[in-house]
Design a binder for this molecule. Structure first.
Ligand code: CTP
Length: 397
């Protein structure tokens, strides 16, 4: 059931728009409140009158209407729903979404929103298979847009293949799954991610090759299962996850402070590649070349954030997960590291340059826990994150 859920339905201009009328009925039967938006092209396929009659709502149209803006501005409209559904999502609308183009009401709402977005694509098979569309899909998925379908089948244009919009009941089922309370609802999870930058002087720093991709994927997967996620991140290459509270830091000392401020938490996952050392007295002026020779840097050890939290006497999270980035003897080093740090699980990976794991999109890990050592074959960092988060949900259940 979708009782009291507010769905902003954007109907794009494609022949499949006729199915959106049935979709509105199905959504309302389940108690959802549907606010429709019609693109200009959609009005060639369905009339505003039929959409208004079926939805029982005002229909927002791709016209700059001062009355609409006065009643509810487009920013408010984009955020007032629990979910934005684009059905049918045409190739054109998807391209605009992927590029961040906002040149009509529908695309502006999609750019301005902070609510989850699901799209049900519908287009000719060749348009679907075109590399441009496939690139846009990858971009949209990276932006946490959820795809429903498309299905294979006969198309209105006489061709056969993928591109048919999913049936209304399939779309309703996908929405019910998306809006169902996740297994991590009510759980607060802290994630550290990315590298740290330890200053040498105002323009130079010590860093490492961590991109933040694995930590970000974990935070995204946690949020998707309903967890409240506090994401403490060093300067990463990848954009921060949607649906998490992001706390940006630069140094290990700042990361420790941010972690302490974020506690208590039910689970803490330490995916950050924290610098082990900092320059003990970083210069507040840029170091200059001098005739007296090379500068000498002295180092101090950084606080071990994972060990600190794992060994808390009071307020220790129920589950503490660390990472072990190793270049040799991965298994033995990681088993020893788990003991030394006092965490519950260690995710160990081989970050030797030839593996391409650090900074890459894939990971191959060992999961070390009280139950022993489990090997996960190489897969995408997103898949590692989803599998790990499913395991966490099971452990907390
Ligand atoms: N970690 C941390 N604070 C640090 C160093 C590491 O929280 N100052 C965490 C990392 O986030 C990771 C785990 O500890 O979860 C292991 O990090 P790693 O760099 O592999 O281990 P080290 O503690 O540096 O141990 P070693 O130098 O022996 O590899």
């Amino acid at each position: 059931m979708l009782g009291a859920k507010r769905i902003l339905l954007i109907i794009g201009g494609g022949i499949a728009a006729y199915k959106s009328l049935d979709l509105i009925r199905r959504l309302r039967e389940r108690g959802a409140d549907v606010t429709p938006v019609l693109t200009r092209a959609a009005e060639q396929f369905v009339t505003p009158l039929s959409v208004a009659a079926l939805s029982g709502s005002k229909v927002y149209r791709d016209l700059f209407d001062l009355t609409d803006e006065a009643e509810m501005g487009h920013i408010q409209l984009s955020r007032s729903a629990d979910l934005i559904l684009v059905a049918p999502a045409t190739a054109d609308l998807m391209a605009k979404m992927a590029q961040g183009i906002a040149n009509d009401l529908a695309s502006t709402l999609l750019l301005a929103t902070d609510t989850p977005v699901m799209i049900a694509p519908a287009m000719n098979v060749r348009m679907w298979q075109h590399p441009a569309t496939q690139r846009n899909i990858a971009t949209l998925q990276g932006d946490s847009v959820t795809l429903i379908g498309p299905n294979d089948g006969d198309m209105a244009c006489g061709e056969f293949g993928p591109g048919r919009m999913s049936e209304p009941l399939e779309i309703v089922a996908a929405i019910e799954t998306q809006l169902a309370a996740g297994p991590l609802e009510g759980k607060r999870v802290l994630v550290t991610s990315g590298p740290t930058h330890e200053p040498i002087d105002p323009v130079r720093y010590i860093a490492n090759r961590s991109s933040g991709a694995q930590g970000t994927a974990i935070a995204t997967a946690l949020a998707a299962l309903g967890a409240e996620v506090i994401f403490v991140t060093g300067p990463a290459d990848v954009p921060p996850p949607a649906g998490a509270t992001v706390v940006p830091v630069q140094t290990a000392a700042q990361m420790l402070q941010a972690v302490q401020d974020a506690l208590p938490a039910d689970v803490a996952i330490f995916a950050a590649a924290v610098a082990d050392w900092r320059v003990s007295s970083a210069s507040d002026k840029k170091l200059k070349k001098t005739k007296d020779g090379l500068p000498e840097l002295t180092f101090a050890e950084n606080p071990d954030i994972l060990a600190h939290v794992a060994q808390l006497k009071k307020g220790r999270p129920q589950l503490v997960v660390g990472f072990a980035a190793e270049t040799n003897d991965v298994r033995d080093n990681a088993i020893a590291k788990r003991k030394r740090k006092g965490c519950d699980w260690i995710i160990a990976n081989d970050v030797s340059p030839e593996t391409g794991i650090m900074g890459g999109s894939e990971n191959a890990i060992l999961l070390i826990s009280d139950d022993g050592v489990e090997t996960w074959l190489r897969m995408s960092k997103t898949q590692v994150a989803q599998r790990l988060v499913a395991r966490i949900a099971k452990t907390l259940a």
